[in-house]
Design a binder for this molecule. Structure first.
Ligand code: 2IT
Length: 445
């Protein structure tokens, strides 16, 4: 495989799609060796076939705001790959959403879903709609307008969307409600649904919980545990919430959360009511964390800064892509960080990852660490197909088994001769091999 050739041809075909090219580059660099050991891959152009999405839907979403003015947004659904199961992945509503971000997320999702051990292909979608400051009715009308276009392209065995940034249980309710009305079926073509209409217990917590189960395994490799460790979390949404809950339960002390306005440092630890307060902040729809410092004296708000400047044992990016850069990694390393685990998708920049790995910090990428979210979506699909509901304990046990299995796959494929585990390599090779073999078996389609 000539990586440079493949990348430069992709760059020429998709100029300016920086996040997508970044995600592809990371995977290609880490699978090169294994790929070259399998001449049948090269012969069948497996890489060329896996880096391009199967298809992309891009559509106009016109809707009416509360003032009666017409608004127009762009909607996307990237059906990336269905070699191992129906397309599966979340919808993101955020003003930064563009084709490059949708494609990077769909690409990552394909390998992440392969790692979960469940039969799910990869997809992603969303819109540049900005939920900030929108009324409940505006959110509903937008979701309905979005689904009016998308519904023909999804279905329980075709493509099963879920939430991502800006899309939580409320939005899934409006989206799924409209889907059902149009498709006239109730078979669960969505995950992250409310508990009353086919949702799964533990799904809201799953991304954060799964992330901490993974971190627990990472630390255990070094004879360490989460107990007594200080932890920096970024973000203050659903993922940060689940991560803070489980980190606290494991005896860790979460000292930061963050938003687009800056970050909160709370040396007393963000636990109990403070974790619930995060959700209140989120529900306010203002997208700011500053009010936390007024609510809880002892906490300090740092405007326009990132939490990685605080000295901590464990850093958990839980917000968005490229939210931890080279400078941040440098400070974390200087401060003796033990573990950096991405619970957000592609949370670290390429330069930050290189620095962390060169310094042999325990580092793991989002497609392994945050796979518990989509894995539990897979468990929601199973429950819907069986028309039953598992208990929280049943779902949580399955989630733990899946995270342990993902960790084992990373160790198997990522352990270097000096004993250091390169989780990027491990996750990419394990995910890639599964999708590549499935693709090979099914012919040129
Ligand atoms: O990035 C992700 O894995 C998600 N947003 C969850 C996707 C899903 O289908 O549950």
């Amino acid at each position: 495989m000539d990586i440079n050739n493949i990348l430069s041809s992709l760059e020429a075909k998709h100029p300016g799609e920086s996040e997508y090219l970044q995600a592809v580059r990371e995977v290609l660099l880490s699978i090169e060796e294994v790929y070259n050991e399998h001449p049948e891959f090269e012969k069948n152009r497996i890489i060329e076939r896996l880096v391009e999405p199967d298809r992309i839907f891009m559509f106009k979403v016109p809707w009416t705001d509360d003032k009666g003015d017409v608004q127009v947004n762009i909607g996307y659904r990237v059906q990336f790959n269905n070699a191992i199961g129906p397309y599966k992945g979340g919808l993101r509503f955020h003003p930064s959403v563009n084709l490059s971000i949708m494609k990077f997320l769909g690409f990552e999702q394909t390998f992440k879903n392969a790692l979960t051990t469940l039969p799910m292909g990869g997809a992603k979608g969303g819109s540049d709609f900005n939920p900030k400051g929108k009324s409940e009715k505006e959110i509903m009308r937008f979701c309905q307008a979005f689904m009016l276009e998308l519904w023909r392209n999804i279905g329980p065995d075709t493509d099963v969307p879920a939430g991502d940034i800006g899309v939580g249980t409320r939005e899934v309710g409006y989206l799924y409600g409209m889907y059902k009305k149009l498709a006239r079926e109730n078979t669960g073509s969505f995950t992250g649904k409310g508990l009353e209409y086919g949702g799964s217990l533990i799904r809201p917590e799953a991304t954060g919980f799964g992330g901490l189960y993974f971190v627990k395994e990472m630390l255990a490799q070094k004879g360490e545990s989460i107990e007594g460790k200080t932890i920096a979390i970024s973000g203050f949404g659903n993922v940060a919430w689940g991560a803070a809950l489980k980190a606290t339960e494991f005896g860790g002390k979460v000292v930061t959360i963050s938003g687009p306005d800056g970050y909160i440092y709370d040396p007393d630890g963000i636990s109990g009511d403070k974790i619930e307060y995060m959700l209140e902040l989120r529900m306010s729809g203002e997208d700011i964390v500053a009010p936390y410092a007024d609510e809880f004296p002892g906490a300090k708000f740092y405007e326009g800064k990132r939490p990685w400047e605080q000295k901590v044992d464990i850093a958990l990016p839980c917000a968005t892509q490229n939210e931890l850069g080279e400078e941040d990694a440098k400070i974390l390393i200087e401060n003796g960080v033990l573990c950096v685990a991405e619970i957000s998708n592609m949370g670290c920049t390429e330069e930050a990852i290189k620095l962390l790995i060169d310094n042999e910090v325990l580092y793991a990428p989002g497609k392994a660490v945050n796979a518990g979210g989509v894995a539990t979506s897979g468990l929601e699909m199973t429950q819907n197909a069986m028309h039953i509901q598992w208990t929280a304990k049943e779902v949580d046990e399955k989630l733990q088994q899946i995270m342990t299995s993902i960790h084992e796959q990373c160790v198997k494929h990522g352990t270097q001769s000096n004993g250091y585990i390169n989780y990027v390599k491990g996750a990419n090779i394990a995910g890639f091999m599964k999708v590549a073999k499935a693709t090979l078996s099914q012919g040129i389609i």
